[in-house]
Design a protein around this ligand. Structure first.
Ligand code: NDP
Length: 295
């Protein structure tokens, strides 16, 4: 029997519908509109598309947004000065610096400069520390999207063996941390794999839930998947103008019990979670504005 399709597009749409209502309620209660500011440095075509999509999603949810488009030649000092201004602006609740940055700019220095209360991507070490300790301020968008997909699809994560392919700071590491925590849609036994992992197919075949986030088109083949497993494909790879996941969708969907498509799986969830974090940031800053000072 072919795998059940986990429809990220539909799940994200219903989350965004609910969020619109929550944003309206927040505005009525506080007379403030949550605002996300994106910073885009250079002309990377994929980044341009991502930032535009985020802007459109904000508008649909009733969240204000703007984009600072900076030349690729912008210096690190100029970028840090812009971030300092956004940190100090009470109308800006979430700051998103679109990655990758040009090579002459040190990514970590820039991400660390964002006020942790406005860090809606959850990249700041303070927020990563809180996440690691199981008391998150924000949840990182893509990993949170994966967790919500599992929850909304009724997947039993408690006690399951989850194998995560990839150990990046953006996806692999945080999703592993989140699923191993005590809590709802968590309590998993997690194995993290990377480019130095030995006997990879043997490990992936032991997964009840396999999460692929390595950035290699169709890397995960049917031979690497246990029949009946749940497969979450985070990968987005542009091949001949098509978007392809990290999983060979056709053969793997013939043996998995459920699978996310690419596009239409994890991608739309990432944006929905970003909107949720922007509202959460606005709420946090409205109840504790003093926390923003001197950070
Ligand atoms: P990175 O390149 O930062 O990390 C890739 C990870 O995969 C690394 O840990 C790397 O190992 C591991 N890896 C690479 N090759 C292999 C291999 N042959 N065997 C095992 N592990 C391997 O990627 P990201 O985490 O940022 O992104 C992963 C994918 O997810 C990309 O396609 C990206 O476009 C997509 N993505 C999708 C999002 C969405 O919204 N759907 C959001 C973010 C990313 P090592 O550490 O040893 O180098």
């Amino acid at each position: 029997m072919p795998a059940h399709l986990i429809d990220g597009k539909a799940i994200a749409a219903s989350i965004r519908e609910r969020l619109k209502f929550d944003v309206d309620s927040f505005r009525l209660a506080t007379n403030r509109t949550p605002k996300l500011t994106a910073v885009l440095v250079g002309n990377d075509p994929s980044s341009q598309v991502y930032v535009r999509n985020k802007e459109q999603a904000c508008a649909k949810a009733g969240i204000a947004s703007d984009i600072h488009r900076l030349a690729g030649s912008t210096t690190q000092a100029e970028l840090l000065a812009l971030i300092a201004g956004l940190n100090a602006d009470p109308c800006v609740h979430g700051i998103l610096v679109q990655l990758p940055l040009p090579k002459h700019i040190h990514e970590t220095t820039v991400l660390d400069a964002i006020n942790p209360l406005k860090d809606v991507d959850c990249f700041h070490p303070e927020n990563v520390g809180l996440l690691t300790q199981g008391r998150p301020r924000f949840l990182p968008c893509t990993p949170h999207g994966v967790q919500v997909l599992l929850r909304e699809s009724g997947v039993a994560v408690d006690g399951a063996h989850v194998v995560v392919l990839g150990r990046s700071e953006i996806v692999g590491k945080p999703i592993s941390l989140m699923l191993v925590q005590k809590g709802e849609t968590a309590n998993a036994t997690v194995t993290i794999c990377h480019s130095r992992t030995k006997r990879l197919p043997e490990i992936t075949r032991s997964a009840d839930i396999l999460i692929a986030a390595i950035g290699k088109p169709e890397f995960v083949t049917a031979e690497m998947v246990k029949p009946g497993a749940i497969v979450i494909d985070v990968g987005i790879n542009r091949v001949d103008d098509r978007l392809i996941g990290d999983v060979a969708f056709g053969p793997v969907s013939a043996i998995a019990s459920a699978i996310t498509p690419v596009p239409g799986g994890v991608g739309p969830m990432t944006i929905a979670m970003l909107l949720e974090n922007t509202l959460a940031a606005a709420k946090l800053q409205s109840v504790a504005p003093a926390l923003l000072v001197n950070r």
